[in-house]
Write a protein that binds this ligand. Sequence first.
Ligand code: NAD
Ligand code: DAU
Length: 339
Amino acid sequence: MTVIVTGGAGFIGSNFIFYMLSNHPCHRIICLDKLTYAGNLSTLEPVMNNDNFRFVKADICDRAAVEAVFNDERPDILVNFAAESHVDRSIDDPSVFLSTNILGTQTLMDACRKFGIRRYHQVSTDEVYGDLPLDRPDLFFTEQTPLHTSSPYSASKAGADLLVLAYHRTYGLDVTISRCSNNYGPYHFPEKLIPLMIVNCLKGKPLPVYGEGKNVRDWLYVEDHCKAIDLILQKGRAGEVYNIGGHNEMRNIDIVRLICKYLGKGEELITYVADRKGHDLRYAIDPSKIHKELGWLPETKFSDGLRKTIDWYLSNQAWWEDIISGDYQLYYEKHYSNR
Ligand code: NAD
Ligand code: DAU
């Protein structure tokens, strides 16, 4: 089986490549990644010399480059992780979100149609459902929840999802979509909540909590997400959407406090800053479909996963120091100073 993994130099894509190479040693994995600010080739160093792995630097919007990889590799499966993924950046400049997340998806599916494929899998997000009120803990996102997006990022992901379903209905392309909640774990880019708070805490820098810190996210350890996608590839039904989440809802402020506690720091670094525009209040996934149909259940308890994640950041300082010493500083200044 030959699997193209787009966006495999990013957070979840790299974890998925590691997972697939160790759990399916006979699969050939091709990583296609543009290496944007969020992609890091050093992340893939442990597998670069694996005979079953190949890295190709390419943009998913570049039709000729994508077709060249299909022509060389004749893949059986494509899993599309490649995306602009940070909500705050999409609020500053939506353009690249629309081109990569929507037109890139189109380019990949056109190549799948031209060369033939067994399965195209779109890695989507729970953000396509919008948000839930904080005072209705009985409500959850199911696969039937209407799409109702808040940010340019989530709108671009919803646009891509609709296009994927359209390619299934119109052209009969074999597709599946997964919509997962917030992931955390190793190789998470430091602009996102959990790694940002770990890194700032270690540096003794302010911990910028948006608004009052009461927004709720449903956190899932990244390896549990990878396992769910693998199951969908093996047993998921064509044309179907699968929600992925672990019933692990946490308020942002409680996560930041936990990180301070694990790192043995006081809470005096916590700084409340201006809220995100259009900030979604609460995400909460109902994962019963993937549980009932495919037998998936999350395996990592949040307290264990957070501890493993913090330990990973403590042991892999060179990885994140390298990232935060470059252009990231300019982003950080622009985004957080005078906030
Ligand atoms: P990330 O930002 O860490 O990585 C994205 C990767 O895509 C990077 O390696 C980047 O170089 C690559 N990329 C970006 N534009 C590209 C292009 N035009 N061509 C080729 N490669 C390109 O993202 P992530 O957090 O790993 O998210 C991966 C996917 O999972 C995204 O589609 C995201 O919407 C989805 N998702 C993320 C989460 C989460 O909590 N992080 C949750 C649910 C779904
Ligand atoms: O739900 C899935 C989504 O989760 C994915 O589709 C996105 O790609 C991924 O980035 C993530 O989106 P969020 O916006 O939920 O993640 P982020 O880490 O940016 O923020 C999590 C929460 O923390 C959110 O309520 C905003 C808040 N926050 C974030 C940052 C970066 C802060 O309070 N301070 C911060 O500095």
